[in-house]
Design a protein around this ligand. Sequence first.
Ligand code: NAD
Ligand code: IPM
Ligand code: MN
Length: 363
Amino acid sequence: MTPRRSLQTVRLAALPGDGIGPEVTLAGLAVLEAALGRAGMALEVTTHLIGGAALDAVGEPLPAATLEAAQGADAVLLGAVGGPRWDRAPVRPEAGLLALRRGLGAFANLRPVVVHPGLEAQSPLRPERLVGVDILFVRELTGGAYFGRPSGVGGRAPNRRAVDTTEYGEAEIRRVVAVAFGAAAGRRGRVTSVDKANVLATSRLWRAVVDEVAPEHPEVAVEHCLVDSFALRLLLEPQAFDVVVTENLFGDILTDEAAALTGTLGTLPSASGGGNGPWLFEPVHGSAPDLAGRGIANPLGAIATVALLLRHAVERSDLATAVEAAIAEVIRGGPLTPDLGGSATTEEVTAAVVAAMRAGAPA
Ligand code: NAD
Ligand code: IPM
Ligand code: MN
């Protein structure tokens, strides 16, 4: 494919964050550098504080300098934020991530879930249920309960109360639903919209907007599904889904559930964008405090995230495909980290992906 706009130098803002975040970010950067090198392109990386690391260093989870650097970059690569150390902090590390997503206008969060040949054995589901599973979740990322007002805890024990508010405007729904239909048109032409319209007013508005957008895409078949029933169907018939679009909170929960289809959370990538800012790329997993510092986190999620970065921000699908082919090869033949039944380290898996890419067809 001929790139529409090819950058000669990619200016990347790296936000490693907490726990395994820095470990998997290093892995992603190694692969990104190798991929760009194949195409004679350069990578310029600046590293910035976010999350708990930023709270410790400067007292806030998203320093203004980090947001500014992110907004000025060609793309933003984030590791993960959060961890038990900050669980009782008055401001949580996760607040920095939410502010970053908002600050970049990243309202559409694309989370592809593919069960690569070789992964079926790791899944708790029977292999025949998993062959060919290829779902694109489009999660609304800057609205809903995550950003509702007012949100907080008040009163004194035993009468404390807490409130979170789910609010959606129709324009907010329309723009993310449009992304889902656009994506489905280039895939297998099916959209499943997930809501809780039998209970929630926001879901009834969501459903109405989906029905208004649908006629603009007559080539795409649309179905509505209640979130509880979708959670069930995702395990019973994962092959039935193409593009799934849903609100922020449901999307968070369902994509972790979908990760179980692949046997681990460690391989899932994501790309977020849609507004005026640069796109934000982050693996779906968190800071995995149980693995942090042990050198055994699965880097494939961060590496697959780099493939999305090459496709969406650098607009080099050829390089993205080369990275994805290298990942598929390593999943087939190893080495693999313990979450996938292997005994390799993060570094060994990363080196194997780089080697597989170098051995692959030239860009
Ligand atoms: P988690 O995603 O960190 O871990 C869940 C499980 O998946 C754990 O068993 C972990 O070992 C495993 N896992 C995750 N990433 C892995 C990888 N790369 N390789 C192998 N195994 C992996 O979720 P959690 O433990 O519920 O949350 C820990 C912290 O991470 C919390 O503070 C949470 O808020 C934060 N978090 C951050 C992000 C983010 O920054 N995008 C996403 C999710 C959770
Ligand atoms: C994710 C994470 C975040 C979310 C947290 C860390 C705020 O779970 O990216 O899936 O809920 O969006
Ligand atoms: Mn999550």
